[in-house]
Design a protein around this ligand. Structure first.
Ligand SMILES: CC(C)=CCNc1ncnc2c1ncn2[C@@H]1O[C@H](COP(=O)(O)O)[C@@H](O)[C@H]1O
Length: 273
């Protein structure tokens, strides 16, 4: 065998020998290469970026405990009574042992983060890149800023066990109706949705009953998917009760499952004798 034929190059799991050995190493091709950069604006590359947002979000949030997402207007400022309500809701949730997750922005998001932080709870902000410069509010203890709206929305649903919806505009409506649709279609099953502010939300709730229900575009039980209250203590109470009910239903379902497994096992044993 000639000397050049006997040369071997291993590149990760690959083996090259003789004339098949590439002229450059993988690192050289990665680090030395200068070429057109348009590939960073292609959809396949974006898919990797989207994946990395899921990885960052899941990594950050998968170890936080029981959490409640609080939504509400980016525009309602301190001094407005709804801001105080937002703070109180954040505080009560934290005192009840829930982490508070918001969109990390100003207004009522800030209010809920402030209440949670000042009560010693974990205050989380899931920010979004917007066309104008914006930082996470000062009351976010744990934060991540997303490029993609839909990735961020998955995080709210996946890592909280309830939604609280303070007064707000289109963004808040979007978050409210996404949650309700997920509950209505059975995509999530553990999810109380609590509206705060009967004066603000009353008209919407009436319209849901008087128009959507009467026109038959929702089911008779659907309006009850949302709870409405003005009282931050009741917000916590509604969420707690829903979680206790859910745990009881899950326990009962497990018991039924176990009982029928026992019956099947007994029948199988009986058949064998
Ligand atoms: C001053 C201003 C418009 C800032 C926007 N900055 C924002 N930062 C983070 N989340 C936001 C922002 N705007 C809207 N959202 C999302 O949409 C909801 C508020 O929208 P809106 O203000 O109700 O319609 C929030 O719950 C939040 O999740």
């Amino acid at each position: 065998m000639t000397e050049s034929r006997s040369k071997v190059r291993r590149a990760g799991p690959l083996t090259y020998r003789g004339g098949a050995i590439p002229a450059t190493t993988t690192d050289q091709r990665l680090l030395d290469r200068r070429g057109p950069s348009d590939w960073v604006h292609t959809d396949p590359w974006r898919v990797l970026r989207i994946q990395s947002e899921f990885v960052e979000g899941f990594g950050l949030l998968s170890e936080v405990g029981q959490s409640v997402s609080v939504f509400g207007s980016a525009r309602i400022r301190p001094g407005n009574p709804y801001y105080e309500t937002g703070e109180l809701v954040g505080r009560k949730l934290a005192q009840a042992g829930y982490n508070v997750i918001t969109g990390g922005g100003p207004g009522l998001m800030e209010a809920a983060n402030k209440g949670a932080q000042e009560a010693g709870g974990t205050s989380i902000g899931l920010g979004i890149e917007l066309p104008f410069e914006q930082m996470l509010n000062d009351y976010v203890d744990v934060g991540v800023t997303f490029r993609y709206f839909f990735v961020r929305k998955t995080m709210f649903v996946k890592y909280s066990q309830a939604f609280v919806v303070l007064p707000g505009g289109f963004g808040t409506m979007d978050e409210l109706f996404e949650a309700i649709t997920l509950v209505q279609t059975g995509k999530v099953t553990r999810f109380p949705v609590v509206l705060v502010g009967s004066e603000f939300w009353g008209g919407l709730c009436d319209w849901i009953r008087q128009t959507l229900l009467l026109e038959g575009v929702i089911s008779p039980d659907d309006p009850d998917l949302m709870h409405l209250t003005d009282d931050p203590d009741q917000v916590v109470e509604i969420i707690r009760k829903a979680h206790v009910d859910l745990a009881r239903r899950e326990f009962e379902a497990e018991q039924v499952e176990q009982a029928s497994a026992d019956v099947r096992a007994a029948e199988a044993g009986g058949n064998g004798t």
